[in-house]
Design a protein around this ligand. Structure first.
Ligand SMILES: NC(=O)C1=CN([C@@H]2O[C@H](COP(=O)(O)OP(=O)(O)OC[C@H]3O[C@@H](n4cnc5c(N)ncnc54)[C@H](OP(=O)(O)O)[C@@H]3O)[C@@H](O)[C@H]2O)[C@@H](O)CC1
Ligand SMILES: [K+]
Length: 538
């Protein structure tokens, strides 16, 4: 954001003071849009300002609310003399209208509360400049968090709006710097609404961000390339993180979005136009996971899908499969033989595969030059020798899809950095971890979670956020990950590049869960794809 703002200011298109005015105006606008009752008649607000430009935005909000006829109490954490220039100007403008109290000493205990007549609390203490722990910084913090929780069900409590990010949340990582095992509520000012500028920041979608922010509204403050769709392009709601010419592609992080055009099928194409995916499965009684993956690969549009299972598991699988084809596949040699069929262009390995079978088949799959997705056992099989796996994956069209546990097995040092409590902001986050892992493995890594991160070896990265309006708690169900691996295998067969396949599959996976809703089990995910495709207008 600093680079983007500096570029805009340096171009002469806008001044820092104008940006701050637009930011403050955006906050007031968003508040009135979110709670129209607050726009209906002037009320009372408490504005908490910090020592940087986030505090400057707070002074603008205070002034604008006062101009609307509100009664406004302003508190400052820090020394007014040391405010940066633009914040200082807005401090001066406010001081002509009202008092400023010190946030530590002057804030009365237990204020504001139900019945104090305060309708809105504005948190403008820290924004993107948080550098150190925030732990119980000001006396009002507990009270703000109490109001945040209570106001959801009781309108007598004030709503809390955070300017840019809730103070205490690291905008680069979604971590609470300093938080170890104390109460997380001590580490942050929790908000009902967070109003940010230009584009969402990583902290809004990673880690604790979705818990802390309540809801995120992005206000345009006139900076170039603000995540707006290019001409005619279909885009899912949510905007992009850091889509701007001032940010080099290797540093850019976007919100995952599907490639609509490539998902479509067109008249005149035949089944081989959409590839042939081979999903490898394990022994008798363990075939469910691979069958789920195969079903996912077929539903997402692979022209043909074959399940390759040990001969002993043929009867079990034959009893379960129709459109998915079945092949006995005893061992590595049999796989090499089968892969002489050049039409098989993508492989999915891992779900229910078994560790020994994975150790035997993964090298053949990767050395065949086919696009591969490795999940579950295909990852765990290399826990003792991750470098052996990376020697095979480097430079190939492979997607690794670890969940947190599998990630820690393959990348123990990276996982350790990720789980270590953050002491400073910016903090090491899931985007950093996925990028580092992808660079080491030399292929695409999809790190699963409610904030799934997809990174390639060159640093390009997307976050598939299943939070806010895309929250899908029902997706935490056995077999959901197997279906995701199948979705990716199917898209690889259809010719998607590994990063595009991972991003599109992860996005569709969440959409299927949203579309199906409560009661979802893994079998439902592939069956929901037609509904999701129809809604997308494919
Ligand atoms: N630039 C622009 O044009 C625009 C910017 N905009 C707004 O500015 C915000 C960014 O402003 P910012 O860079 O001044 O950082 P901000 O978050 O206010 O805090 C920095 C101060 O906090 C201090 N500090 C940090 N952690 C601390 C702690 N734990 N405990 C105590 N102190 C701590 C830190 O001290 P230091 O680390 O320097 O010692 C420094 O004094 C951005 O989020 C947006 O709202 C918009 O108006 C649009 C135009
Ligand atoms: K804030």
């Amino acid at each position: 954001m600093r680079a983007i703002e500096e570029a805009a200011i340096a171009s002469g298109a806008v001044t820092g003071l104008e940006l701050m005015e637009r930011a403050g105006r955006g906050v007031v606008e968003a508040v009135f849009e979110e709670w129209p009752e607050l726009a209906a008649a002037p009320q009372r607000a408490v504005v908490l300002c910090g020592p940087g430009n986030n505090g400057g935005d707070g002074f603008v909000v205070a002034r604008l609310l006062r101009e609307w006829g509100w009664e406004v109490e302003v508190y400052l954490y820090g020394d007014a003399e040391k405010l940066p220039p633009d914040a200082r100007v807005n401090y001066g403008r406010w001081v002509e209208m009202g008092a400023v109290r010190a946030l530590d000493e002057d804030a009365p205990d237990g204020y504001p509360d139900e019945g104090d007549g305060v309708a809105l609390i504005v948190d403008a203490i820290f924004g993107i400049g948080l550098t150190r722990p925030f732990l119980t910084l000001c006396r009002m913090q507990d009270q703000v968090n109490l109001c945040n929780a209570a106001s959801r069900s009781n309108p007598a409590f004030p709503h809390v709006v955070a300017v840019d990010v809730p103070s205490g949340l690291s905008s680069d990582s979604g971590a609470y710097p300093g938080y170890e095992d104390e109460n997380p509520l001590d580490s942050c000012m929790l908000a009902n609404l967070t109003v940010t500028f230009h584009a969402k920041k990583l902290g809004h979608v990673l880690g604790y961000g979705p818990d802390a922010c309540g809801k995120v509204v992005v206000k345009d403050i006139g900076l170039e390339g603000g995540g707006r769709p290019r001409g005619g392009e279909k885009r899912p709601p949510g905007g992009a993180v850091g889509r701007c010419p001032a940010v080099p592609p290797g540093e850019r992080v976007t919100l995952a979005e599907p490639s609509f055009y490539r998902l479509s099928k067109f008249p005149g194409e035949h089944k081989y136009s959409h590839g042939h995916a081979l999903i490898l499965s394990g022994g008798p009684g363990r075939g469910g996971a691979a069958r789920l993956a195969a079903r996912g690969a077929l539903r997402i549009g692979a022209g043909l899908v074959t399940l390759g299972c040990p001969p002993a598991a043929l009867i079990e699988n034959a009893a379960q499969l129709n459109a998915v084809m079945l092949r006995p596949l005893r061992d590595a040699e049999a796989l090499a033989e089968l892969l002489k069929d050049g039409r098989i262009n993508a492989l999915g390995l891992g779900p229910g595969l078994g560790l020994d079978r994975a150790r035997a088949l993964v090298p053949v799959a990767l050395e065949s030059g086919r696009a591969c997705v490795l999940d579950a056992d295909a990852l765990t099989a290399f826990a003792e020798a991750p470098e052996l796996l990376f020697g095979l994956t480097r430079g190939t069209a492979t997607v690794l899809t670890p969940h947190g546990g599998e990630f820690a097995r393959l990348f123990p040092d990276i996982a350790e950095k990720l789980t270590a409590p953050a002491q400073t902001g910016p903090a090491y986050c899931r985007v950093d971890a996925a990028r580092e892992a992808a660079a080491r493995a030399g292929c695409v890594v999809l790190l699963k979670g409610p904030d799934t991160v997809i990174a390639d070896a060159g640093g390009r990265c997307a976050v598939n956020s299943a939070a806010y309006e895309r929250a899908v708690p029902w997706l935490a169900t056995a077999g959901a990950g197997d279906v995701l691996a199948g979705f990716i295998a199917g898209l690889l067969a259809r010719g998607f590049d590994p990063r595009g396949a991972a991003e599109t599959a992860a996005w569709l996976h969440v959409e299927c869960a949203r579309s199906f809703g409560p009661g979802l089990i893994a079998e439902d995910l592939p069956e929901e794809l037609p509904q999701v495709f129809r809604a997308l207008g494919l």
